[in-house]
Ligand binder design. Structure first.
Ligand SMILES: Nc1nc2c(c(=O)[nH]1)N[C@H]1C(S)=C(S)[C@@H](COP(=O)(O)O)O[C@H]1N2
Ligand SMILES: [Mo]
Length: 199
């Protein structure tokens, strides 16, 4: 029995292969917030994409909820060295939100209620790589973890997954966000251990 289920679940060596360099596996869910948790009532919540041509695409909470949702299960990696395997989320793929957005911009600056920002190439938000999530582990996303909704970009260090997400500004040049301005890496690939500028 045990042997069969191990065959399905993957061997321990495979679990080790899921850990990027310098990371350890965390079973809890630490909270890392650079400031207080902003509270935004859902009837005043909105998400917006602003293009480099000054066009704005907006969604209210109800409009976001009416879009087709996905339930990604992903590993997440924080630059403070914890990784968490098989986290389960529910939310809207950025591919859905970008469907009608016309842009030639290469960069995105994500901004949050509360003022947090983070930058990444636009292509890292597309093709099934990123979501606006509002549920975690089958429950409403807790405010301290970014509720009502946060960005989820699991292939980059978790500081790119902006909590309390409010919008995305598209830009022709890269503009560093909060941690990137403080010396963290502009891209932040955990597999290449891009923690700080120059890594
Ligand atoms: N708005 C906002 N988003 C944020 C942060 C923050 O301070 N403010 N911290 C980032 C960092 S460094 C990490 S590791 C994750 C932590 O998410 P968690 O608190 O849900 O674990 O959120 C990221 N998103
Ligand atoms: Mo982090």
């Amino acid at each position: 029995m045990a042997i069969i289920s191990r065959g399905f679940r993957g061997r321990r060596t495979e679990d080790r292969d899921r850990l990027p360099p310098g990371q350890y596996e965390e079973r809890g869910f630490p909270v890392l917030s650079a400031g207080p948790t902003p509270r935004v009532p859902l009837d005043r919540w909105e998400f917006a994409i602003d293009t480099e041509a000054e066009r704005t695409h907006r969604w209210t909470w109800d409009e976001l909820m009416a879009l087709p949702a996905e339930t990604p299960t992903v590993d997440i990696h924080c630059v403070t060295k914890w990784s968490k395997f098989d986290t389960t989320w529910e939310g809207v793929s950025l591919d859905v939100l970008f469907e009608d957005v016309e842009t030639t911009a290469d960069y995105a600056l994500v901004h949050s209620y509360g003022g947090y920002t983070t930058n990444l190439p636009l292509e890292d938000l597309l093709d099934g790589k990123a979501w606006i999530v509002h549920r975690f582990d089958g429950e409403e996303l807790e405010p301290r973890h970014g509720g009502p909704a946060r960005l989820l970009v699991p292939h980059l260090y978790f500081w790119k997954s902006a909590k309390w997400v409010r919008g995305i500004r598209l830009m022709t040049e890269e503009w560093p966000g909060f941690w990137e301005t403080a010396g963290y890496h502009d891209y932040g690939d955990p597999w290449r251990e891009q923690r700080y500028q120059g890594d």
